[in-house]
Design a protein around this ligand. Structure first.
Ligand code: CTP
Ligand code: MN
Ligand code: MN
Length: 512
């Protein structure tokens, strides 16, 4: 019997090869881009596959680095890798290319059309390349980034973290040292996390972090390990550490800090069930509430829920002070989509200081059965006092830490899905939400807003900068110029940055 000369699999193979050789087989839908995919560190097969895939989706992909190429896509290459490679290609001014990481192409493929290239996709910021033209790049040019300041308040840190792989690892290590009350090393890791978050590129080799502040030997050796092995053995060890695991559980309870965790751990407890089972334990009112609403409180607050809480807070506050300012602060003001609580700053331009507002709001919510827990802290402010010297000092405003009952129907139903309604009568139709309310005099509003917007690392560095670079003292109430011996007035956050001689950093750029 004669074998057919071509089998189906042969045909398929031929079609595949044809597609690879002849890009015109696919209709070009997106003319504004001409892609070139770098083979270096990617390999021939994967490159061919990606080229075919992109062409099939309507992208124009060149096999050679022709004059028409606009975007170069690379995988596992740092900016300097690509620049180095480009330098050997005789293409003249390399700044005309947009250098993008494979993650950009992957996202485009997913949605079947070009997505906007943002920081995390860019191997280099275009501006810094063009402003620094180098006719003949050195063999391994340094990363084309501006100098990174040692102060978080001089860096712009958005939520677009290109180095999450590294920062996640350091968060775990920092937490472990916090649990072991080793503040020095904890802070060192926090600073490393903070600085890594502002880098506009993903670190792929040690060369990329040359000159970046706060990356000591210990930090560097972990970064190197993660680059090489994809994970850190130290992080793995911590994740398996008994003390770490127990402390993580214990501190997840509202009202439980290091002291209580330490006590429980010493008493031999390892899990929350073990703690709960011991009826002889004395719990504070806060911890009781913490256990009662634990499940809700550990499931993060979504932006939609924060918006719903904002309406409730505003309505309650305005019932007593119609002109009051109610401002969402904390992580949500920095653009975060989730948080552990919702923070508000309240100020009344009319009455100045109204000590009765928060007690009134509490009474109202109690009547409405919305209040699950509260702790009202009275103001301890003395007008003549200088700003605190401590970097992490609590402020003196009257405030209330509370747990609010948020009914599912109050949350914008189009955007978030409450759990399906159950038919039984007792079905829980609300979620417990942690809320912080801070009341401040209008004259201190700008300082309080700056202080309560965070991030914590950003705030710490603002104070450190004021002290060490400006001979000034900053806290959530005021800014004091030690040279001139005067308090500096501010009507807005911009005013405070100006007093400090800093460029204004928008709230969403303060995610240090
Ligand atoms: N803050 C403060 N004094 C306190 C507590 C908080 O000045 N006693 C400030 C901190 O600068 C912090 C901000 O208020 O950055 C908000 O605090 P917090 O809610 O703990 O952190 P968030 O940044 O909002 O993060 P999360 O999403 O986890 O709530
Ligand atoms: Mn918060
Ligand atoms: Mn808070």
């Amino acid at each position: 019997m004669d074998k057919p000369s071509t089998t189906i699999s042969d045909l398929k193979k031929k079609r595949r090869m044809n597609a690879l050789i002849s890009p015109t087989l696919h209709e070009i839908k997106f003319n504004e881009f001409v892609l070139f995919i770098l083979e270096k560190k990617m390999g021939t097969t994967r490159r061919a596959f990606l080229m075919e895939l992109a062409r099939r989706k309507g992208f124009r992909v060149e096999s050679e680095l022709s004059d028409s190429v606009t975007h170069i896509v690379a995988e596992n290459n740092s900016c300097s890798d690509v620049l180095e490679w480009l330098a050997g290609q005789n293409v003249g001014d390399s700044s005309r290319f947009e250098l993008l990481d494979i993650s950009w192409l992957t996202e485009c493929m997913k949605v079947g059309k070009p997505v906007e290239a943002i920081g995390k996709h860019q191997l280099v910021i275009r501006g810094s390349l063009t402003s620094n033209p180098s006719p003949k790049p050195a063999k391994t040019p340094p990363l084309a980034t501006k100098e990174v300041s040692q102060y978080a308040c001089k860096r712009r840190t958005t939520l677009n973290n290109c180095n999450q792989k590294f920062t996640d690892a350091f968060e775990i290590l920092a937490k472990n040292f916090e649990f072991r009350e080793n503040e020095g090393i904890c802070l060192a890791f926090m600073r490393a996390i903070s600085v890594l978050k502002c880098l506009p590129f993903t670190i792929v080799r040690m060369r990329d972090i040359e000159g970046v502040p706060w990356l000591g030997e210990q930090v560097k050796s972990i970064i190197e390990e993660i680059i090489e092995d994809g994970e850190s053995s130290r992080v793995k060890a911590v994740l398996n550490d008994e003390r770490y695991k127990s402390f993580l559980l214990f501190t997840s309870i509202f009202g439980v800090g290091l002291k209580t965790s330490e006590k429980w751990y010493r008493q031999g407890f390892r899990t929350l069930d073990e703690v709960k089972a011991d009826k002889s334990l004395k719990l504070t009112k806060m911890q009781k509430a913490g256990f009662l609403y634990h499940e809700d409180l550990v499931s993060c607050v979504a932006k939609e829920e924060a918006d719903a809480v904002y309406l409730i807070v505003k309505e309650a506050v305005r019932a007593f002070l119609p002109e009051a300012l109610v401002t969402l602060t904390g992580g949500f003001r920095r653009g975060k989509k989730i948080g552990h609580d919702v923070d508000f700053l309240i100020s009344d331009p009319e009455s100045g200081e109204d000590e009765q507002l928060l007690p009134n709001v509490i009474k109202l919510w109690e009547k409405q059965e919305l209040l699950l827990y509260y702790d009202l802290v009275e103001s301890t402010f003395e007008k003549t006092k200088l700003p605190s010297r401590k970097v992490d000092a609590m402020d003196h405003f009257q405030k209330c830490f509370l747990i609010l009952k948020l009914h599912h129907q109050k949350v914008d139903s189009n955007r978030s899905k409450p759990p399906p309604e159950s038919k039984t009568h007792e079905a829980k139709n609300w979620k417990a939400i942690r809320v912080d309310l801070v009341m401040c005099p209008i004259q201190q509003y700008a300082y309080a807003l700056l202080g309560w917007t965070g991030s914590r690392q950003f705030e710490r560095d603002l104070r450190r900068y004021a002290t060490h670079e400006k001979k000034m003292m900053l806290d959530n109430h005021a800014l004091y110029d030690k040279t001139k011996k005067i308090f500096l007035k501010a009507e807005s956050e911009e005013d405070i940055f100006t007093h400090l001689g800093l460029d204004y950093i928008e709230p969403w750029e303060r995610n240090a």
